[in-house]
Design a protein around this ligand. Structure first.
Ligand code: PBG
Length: 308
């Protein structure tokens, strides 16, 4: 009667991986229970999400070929675009289709943009790639694009390209406060990304020692036209999530990322934690801290648990 926070399947966004050129789903070892999907197995997962009342999915693609610019991310026949068209045809408006918008899954060097002669990511040259990918994703059926590359000016660039391509209604969920985190390890296995030359993303993602900087990033993204903002990862950054929720009026998402999922699963598999109880507690905590939406690989099983 007096519980302040109630978790429901309506709080979740399910991240899904779709891989080009495979005939059967490929399990991801460091994300037990999560697979790289074929088109048919992908639509099976989406059907499950719809049945359980999960309102949205977000797609990540694994292409068969990668190049320096990540051109498969805007190829109309690239794997995510093909998957978006297929899901839109099958499910109509029954579920919100989101697409992660970045090039790291598609670049040979694993960076989120164009790399210059000095081995640094060229922020401004990268914006044009994101514009192409945004238009390709929305043309294929995405309702929401979610730029995750942390380039300065990416939201404004994407907004203007979508508007001029005739998509003023399609929304942008900005990965606004995205930290350079050790928690993305299993995700990089999931999308076959190794950053070249032992590199990292500290040049464009945020320093975990900083909180005010996250709020500055959120405000910049909102000024550029973001419709929703995200804090990522979730559990180590609940303080950031609370501050963002208290300072903005748009919907706020939190991403319970691959490493957070893997820790929970590993402890549960060893019998060190009650996995079901931890699942509901962790997700409820993220909601309590201020998330309106939670991106989580636990979306299906948590919805099943909530259904009893
Ligand atoms: C970048 C992207 C990443 C994640 C989502 N989008 C990886 C990164 O920034 O290295 C991580 C998600 C997770 O760990 O679950 N395209």
């Amino acid at each position: 009667m007096v519980a302040e926070t109630t978790l429901t399947p309506n709080d979740f966004i399910l991240p899904l991986f779709v891989r080009e050129g495979i005939d059967a789903p490929v399990p991801i070892e460091s994300l037990p229970g999560v697979s790289q999907h074929t088109l048919p197995s992908l639509s099976g997962e989406v059907a499950k999400a719809i049945d359980l009342g999960v309102p949205a999915v977000i797609l990540f693609g694994i292409p068969t070929t990668k190049d320096a610019e990540g051109s498969e991310s805007w190829n109309p026949d690239g794997i995510v675009q093909v998957a978006l068209r297929d899901l839109r045809d099958r499910f109509g408006d029954e579920i919100v289709l989101m697409a992660d918008l970045c090039v790291d899954e598609y670049t040979s060097h694993g960076h989120c943009g164009i790399v210059n002669d000095r081995g640094e990511v060229d922020n401004d040259a990268t914006l044009e790639l994101y514009q192409r990918a945004a238009v390709a994703q929305v043309t294929a059926g995405a309702d929401v694009v979610a730029p995750s590359g942390m380039m300065d000016g990416q939201v404004a660039a994407i907004r203007s390209s979508l508007d001029s391509a005739g998509f003023p209604e399609q929304a942008i969920l900005a990965y606004a406060a995205k930290y350079a985190s050790s928690m993305y390890g299993p995700f990089r296995d999931a999308v076959d990304v190794t950053i070249a030359d032992g590199g990292d993303r500290k040049g464009y993602q945020q320093d975990y020692r900083n909180a005010r900087e996250a709020l500055a990033e959120v405000h910049l993204d909102l000024d550029e036209g973001a419709d929703m903002v995200m804090v990522k990862p979730a559990l180590p950054y609940l303080d950031i999530l609370r501050q963002v929720r208290d300072t903005v009026d748009v919907p706020v998402a939190a991403y319970h990322v691959s490493g957070e999922y893997a820790m929970l699963k590993a402890a549960a598999a060893n019998g060190w934690l009650d996995g079901d109880a931890a699942t509901i507690e962790v997700l409820t905590s993220i909601k309590r801290a201020g998330a309106d939406m939670i991106l989580t690989y636990l979306a299906i099983e948590a919805s099943e648990l909530l259904a009893g």
